[in-house]
Design a protein around this ligand. Structure first.
Ligand SMILES: Nc1nc(=O)c2c([nH]1)NC[C@@H]1CN(c3ccc(C(=O)N[C@@H](CCC(=O)O)C(=O)O)cc3)CN21
Ligand SMILES: CC(C)C(=O)C(=O)O
Ligand SMILES: [Mg+2]
Length: 362
């Protein structure tokens, strides 16, 4: 009952059309070992393509996606074997401290996309089109999507909403040869009309709208659709009705895949600002916020008490001969206090028992 042969074929059509550009960009014409196995490769695996996602979807294996914003998180997401790394416009709230995603610009996004692309070699990279970068016209949408790939190093883009003009924009992007992911349910860029980060699809009209928008985006050529903050039965129905994978966030277990924000799943949010913007559906797989806070407090205490830096973290040495010459030079210049301080530090080095490191004198 999972998929009819008709839906398999349709899905394959969408993919064969869209996957070409992704595979060409990521694999190039070089031998695989050059691209993936070289000394610079951060990952032993190949890059995930739309074909890999298709294979997972068709065999009912959940697709994994994480929102990340920078080089180190890109490296971690890559090494964890996550399928898709989304550079999300949630960066505006999580990293830049805004209350909504609205202030995020195309230039903000491109900076973060470039950083993630340097860190994550393996996952499919999806760039979130920010508010204001695709609503005016299909031309604007294609231009912004093109920048995401050309400048940001992304493999695909994501855009919010499934109303008439959004569907047109999605179609234009897809027809331009750019893989596009849809996003329905709670679409944070529409907070002005939604009146808050409220769950969607909780009455008949709203539920049918979520379904209709998802179907329209599928027809427009989207390769996948994010379902955000909708009741599980609605997400299950949309997932069953579509021939492309749904990626859920606060949408229950019936979606074809799941996405969470890196900082949310790592429990990095300790400040009241973060508590306010951390959704209740996100599971914390670690409490990095506590770890970070404890480490910073310990550092502050050790600097205050002079426990840091100890000899092990004071690696640069000057040998006895050079020290004597330096002390003499200081005395000659009348810098007696400076000479005393240098001598005391040199004796302290010796007393620490750490062997002096021989470094070439410059
Ligand atoms: N850190 C973070 N994680 C996210 O998942 C995320 C962002 N930021 N920013 C962009 C959007 C906004 N998201 C959110 C943010 C808050 C709620 C939330 O707390 N909703 C409440 C209702 C709040 C209200 O009614 O105003 C809820 O009960 O679900 C949900 C999704 C999801 N996205
Ligand atoms: C939550 C995901 C789907 C997103 O759009 C973002 O991180 O910006
Ligand atoms: Mg987003």
């Amino acid at each position: 009952m999972w998929r009819s042969s008709v839906s398999l074929r349709s899905f394959g059509e969408v993919y064969s059309k869209l996957s070409r550009c992704v595979e060409t960009r990521s694999m190039s014409n070089l031998p695989e070992s050059t691209v993936y196995g070289g000394p610079k490769s951060k990952s032993p695996w190949k890059r995930v393509t739309l074909r890999h996602l298709e294979a997972k979807y068709l065999t009912n294996q959940p697709i994994t996606m994480v929102t990340a914003y920078d080089y180190p998180s890109g490296v971690h997401v890559d090494r964890a074997g996550i399928d898709i790394c989304l550079v999300g416009d949630s960066v505006g709230m999580v990293v830049h401290g805004h209350d909504t995603t609205l202030p995020v610009t195309m230039d903000d996004m491109l900076l973060h996309c470039k950083a993630v692309a340097r860190g994550a070699d393996r996952p499919l990279l999806v760039g979130d089109l920010p508010f204001g970068s695709y609503e005016q016209s299909s031309q604007q949408a294609v231009a912004s999507a093109t920048r995401m790939l050309k400048e940001g190093g992304m493999d695909a883009v994501k855009m919010e909403g499934g109303g008439g003009s959004r569907v047109q924009a999605a179609r234009a992007i897809s027809e331009a040869g750019i893989a596009v992911m849809g996003h329905v349910g709670l679409t944070p860029q529409a907070i002005s009309v939604l009146g808050g980060f409220r769950p969607q699809g909780r009455n008949l009209d709203s539920a049918l709208q979520v379904l209709d928008h998802a179907l329209a985006l599928q027809s427009a050529g989207c390769f996948s659709i994010v379902l955000e903050c909708v009741p599980s039965p609605i997400a299950a129905a949309v997932t069953a009705a579509l021939k492309i994978p749904t990626i859920g966030i606060g949408a229950g277990p019936e979606c074809s895949g799941q996405v969470l924000v890196y900082h949310d799943l790592l429990g990095m949010m300790q400040h009241p600002h973060y508590v306010k913007v951390t959704p209740k559906f996100s599971k914390q797989y670690a409490s990095l916020g506590n770890v970070i806070q404890d480490a910073l407090s310990q550092y502050r205490e050790e600097v205050s008490s002079k426990a840091f830096p100890s000899p092990v973290h004071t690696p640069y040495r000057i040998d006895d001969e050079q020290t004597s010459a330096f002390l003499e030079a200081l005395e000659k210049r009348g810098l007696h206090e400076a000479a005393d301080a240098a001598q005391a530090a040199a004796l302290h080095d010796v007393a620490s028992g750490e062997p002096p490191i021989k470094t070439p004198v410059d």
